[in-house]
Write a protein that binds this ligand. Structure first.
Ligand code: ATP
Length: 363
């Protein structure tokens, strides 16, 4: 299994950059996800790794081998695509055998390896079926078996679950992760689905506009987004305009002015001036008994959505605009109604503070 090193890689389409100066190191056996909105460059980076595109700048190494000018067939990668790309006129067995035949693997070994791959994805009993007789989830498993049967050093997957319904996606993502761990195969996985990325990945790179915004483990990216773009894309956040004043170097503390009140916060970096507090809806409580370090704001309920396990409220605070609040285990009879005055308790210890442009976190 390979490790991957990407150094200052840029890929242009005409004058625009599909990937802009990407730098990253993927460890052997790691499940690494490229995550970001449509058009951010995920597929471009994956296709460049596979050798379908040649980057204009930078280098790609698999282990210590420079891959820049290696053709696709020399890169030892297995690929799974969004549309599966399985051959409709070939049986399940023949689909999976395809890559081995192309490599001129002899019949007894070919037979053994195809069946091993089919057993791994639990399709051993379906070897003679035609793909058209298989469900979407089964077709995706054929594609997976076809990618792993060649024992690639690197498995590349581009939105492999996006054609499946919601329930099957959950099942298949757990299966893919389990299989990846069983084979401990270095995997680069592309998705725009942040929940999927959080669920399956060892580490995630969040991309936007062709640039890597942050690389980290799922909880690091969720709890400590590096900038506003990441906080906005991963989960739901409220972005509240505030001022930071009176930073004290000795204690690393400063005063946060929020909604006409002042709160003391500890910063990770010296900072004063306009700032943005990023706070998740689950870190705001309605009708609270505030605890130490929590900010209290008044507001009026302007909307609510009942979602069974939780209620999503929109509360208009006036002072810092509209705020989204998630309330759990709410009895239906005690829901707050639109127009009702409420007070909000903000757990500032869980909040992230960005500079005024949202470029970097200062707490
Ligand atoms: P999606 O989730 O929609 O597939 P993505 O994150 O995979 O999006 P890419 O397909 O990598 O995004 O595209 C990145 C940027 O490069 C986009 O602005 C896209 O329009 C552009 N781009 C991609 N492929 C080409 C191409 N062959 N020619 C010109 N521009 C391209």
């Amino acid at each position: 299994m390979s490790s991957i090193r990407i150094e200052h890689l840029s890929k242009y389409f005409g004058r625009s950059k599909g990937i802009d100066d990407a730098d990253l190191h993927i460890q052997q056996g790691e499940f690494f996800t490229l995550l970001g909105p449509s058009g951010c460059g995920k597929t471009t980076l994956l296709r460049t790794l596979a050798g379908f595109y040649r980057q204009e700048e930078g280098h790609i190494y698999f282990d210590d081998r420079l891959m820049d000018d290696e053709p696709v067939y020399n890169r030892d990668t297995g690929m799974v695509f969004q549309n599966y790309a399985i051959f409709p006129h070939l049986s399940v067995f023949e689909n999976v055998a395809y890559g081995l035949k192309a490599r001129k693997v002899k019949k007894p070994e070919l037979e053994r390896r195809v069946m091993e791959a089919l057993e791994l994805v639990e399709l051993g009993a379906y070897r003679d079926r035609q793909p058209s007789e298989m469900s979407g989830g089964q077709q995706q498993r054929i594609a997976l078996a076809r990618a792993i049967v060649i024992h690639p050093g690197l498995l590349l997957m581009d939105e492999p679950l996006s054609n499946l319904d919601a329930k099957l996606r959950l099942k298949m993502r757990a299966e893919i992760r389990a299989l990846q761990q069983k084979l401990s195969i270095t995997t680069v996985y592309v998705t725009h689905d942040q929940e999927e990325a959080l669920a399956v990945s060892d580490r995630i790179a969040v991309l936007s506009g062709g640039r890597i915004q942050q690389i980290g483990r799922p909880h690091e990216i969720y709890l400590n987004p590096a900038n506003r773009i990441v906080a906005d894309f991963i989960g739901t956040s409220n972005f509240l305009p505030v001022r930071v004043a009176g930073y004290d170097e000795a204690s690393c503390k400063a005063a946060l002015e929020l909604g006409g009140q002042r709160f003391t916060v500890r910063l990770d970096k010296p900072y004063e001036g306009e700032a943005i507090v990023s706070i998740r809806p689950e870190h705001i409580r309605l009708d609270p008994q505030p605890e130490d370090g929590q900010a209290v704001l008044g507001g009026t309920v302007s909307g609510l959505t009942f979602l069974g396990e939780k209620v999503e409220y929109i509360v208009d605070t006036g002072a810092v605009g509209k705020v989204q609040v998630h309330a759990y285990q709410t009895a239906y009879d005690s829901l707050h109604r639109p127009g009702q005055a409420v007070s909000l308790s903000l757990d500032l210890a869980c909040a992230v503070i960005f500079d005024g442009q949202g470029r970097e976190a200062v707490k």
